[in-house]
Design a protein around this ligand. Structure first.
Ligand code: FES
Length: 162
């Protein structure tokens, strides 16, 4: 399958998803957030093209959609690495030494908070509690939860995310 064919297929899938949302949600405004999330999942971040695509499938002006997208900080507004590491820096994880893990990620991968590795493999985002306070420090990688982290454990875990 050529790249153009794959992009066309992705586009069709997104269109189908958003069409399904339009049937499920009570108003077109309530479709915007899940549609933005679906487009972000597909492209990795919300570029102007991604926002335009939501506009094309919903009929809502792109400027209005951008207003929704930029209001919420959880949407990705910059290109991201292939895998997103979300490291908790809230109290339990802080006490358990998460700062050492942040330093390790920089030293081992050149990965700084808010940054992406040079090879585009990993992006790092520091976040508040992810609900694993009983076994800190904790992180999510592409939504998969890991706790009881050490530098060695992080290195082993990240080997799985090429
Ligand atoms: S404080 Fe880190 S998971 Fe709750």
């Amino acid at each position: 399958m050529t790249r153009e064919e794959m992009e066309s297929k992705d586009n069709e899938t997104l269109k189908d998803k958003i069409t399904g949302m339009k049937r499920t949600y009570p108003s077109i405004q309530s479709v915007l957030m899940p549609a933005l999330y679906a487009v972000e999942q597909s492209y990795g971040w919300l570029s102007q093209d991604a926002i335009q695509e939501v506009s094309n499938h919903t009929g809502v002006p792109a400027a209005e959609i951008k207003g929704v997208a930029t209001f919420y900080s959880m949407y990705r507004h910059e290109p991201m690495g292939r895998h997103l590491v979300q490291l908790c820096t809230n109290v339990s994880c802080l006490i358990a030494g998460v700062e050492d893990l942040v330093k390790f990620l920089d030293k081992k991968y050149g990965l700084l908070p808010g940054g992406t590795t040079k090879d585009g493999r990993l992006s790092l985002c520091l976040m508040e509690c992810i609900g694993a306070c009983g076994n800190p420090p904790a992180m999510l990688v592409d939504g998969d939860a890991y706790d009881n982290l050490t530098c060695e454990a992080i290195e082993q875990i990240l080997e799985k995310y090429e």
